[in-house]
Design a protein around this ligand. Structure first.
Ligand SMILES: O=C[C@H](O)COP(=O)(O)O
Length: 285
């Protein structure tokens, strides 16, 4: 079964009522591929979730940016999975690197949160990714495998999990991973899932990329075979988010041939597409 392209917009801790309305208007007016081709989920701050949900076109969905690890109760400042379900919020982002780093969320805590959110009926965008120091020391795969294992240890049904590979050094820095770097890690993650969970889960689980994705760099990334979409931060607040959604049609293109150092192909909509051939050797570190 083909993996449907997934584009998430993580608005993080940004926005006023007016700004939120403006973003939603842009999204509502955009002509994008159908829901059969791309699943679009935007994640406003908690206080705007219901407001965005009420204004947003019906083919786009919303996600919370976090939820509590267990059933709600005396946990001041937290939002429970049950509350999100009660408000018909279908998705939640868990394990974002900003929470891992700033709020000290451990791999195990993230695994528990993912499992609890799933048990309550939420769909989860589970984030993993290495720091610059970890990449430079050659431990990228060990780090993302440990993060994925902590999730896999607690999760039995992966149907409602999207795995977001977000190298920390690429988040908000303008330093996007090259298509080859992203593809290498995504391929290795799929192999890890195949060897440690199951071949079927590896084939069906969407692995999306996040970190300085924008309207210009999304096309080459989207064309990588193991990149099933994006989790977008800064650019999801701008009109170029629409271009990123449209890159879904490049996720499965039909090669016509090579010309100089470019692939030439047809995308799903029949548009001609070209992408620079990446000649750098595979290297995850
Ligand atoms: O969740 C999204 C990521 O943190 C990426 O953020 P960014 O696109 O601003 O680099």
């Amino acid at each position: 079964m083909a993996r449907k392209f997934f584009v998430g917009g993580n608005w993080k801790c940004n926005g006023t009522t007016e700004e939120v309305k403006k973003i939603v208007t842009t999204l509502n007016e955009a002509e994008v591929p159908s829901e059969d081709v791309v699943e679009v989920v935007v994640s406003p701050p908690f206080v705007f979730l219901n407001f965005v949900k009420s204004l947003l076109r019906s083919d786009f969905h919303v996600a919370a940016q976090n939820c509590w690890v267990r059933k709600g109760g005396a946990f001041t400042g937290e939002i429970s999975a049950e509350m999100l379900v009660n408000l018909s919020i279908p998705w939640v982002i868990i394990g974002h690197s900003e929470r891992r780093a700033l709020l000290k969320e451990s791999n195990e805590f993230v695994g528990d949160k993912v499992a609890y959110a799933l048990s309550q009926g939420l769909k989860v965008i589970a984030c993993i990714g290495e720091t610059l120091e970890e990449r430079e020391s050659g431990s990228t795969m060990a780090v993302v495998a440990a993060q994925t294992k902590a999730i896999a240890d607690k999760v039995t049904n992966w149907d409602n999990v999207v795995l977001a590979y977000e190298p920390v050094w690429a988040i908000g820095t303008g330093k996007v991973a090259t298509p080859a770097q992203a593809q290498d890690v995504h391929r290795e993650l799929r192999k890890w899932l195949s060897e440690n969970v199951s071949g079927a889960i590896a084939e069906s689980t969407r692995i999306i990329y996040g970190g300085s994705v924008n309207g210009a760099n999304c096309k080459e990334l989207a064309a990588q075979p193991d990149v099933d979409g994006f989790l977008v931060g800064g650019a999801s607040l701008k009109p170029e988010f629409v271009d990123i959604i449209k890159s879904a049609t490049l996720s499965c293109f039909f090669p016509l041939g090579n010309l100089a150092s470019c692939f030439i192909g047809l995308d799903l909509m029949g548009n001609c597409f070209s992408a620079r051939i990446i000649e750098s050797p595979s290297n995850t570190d």
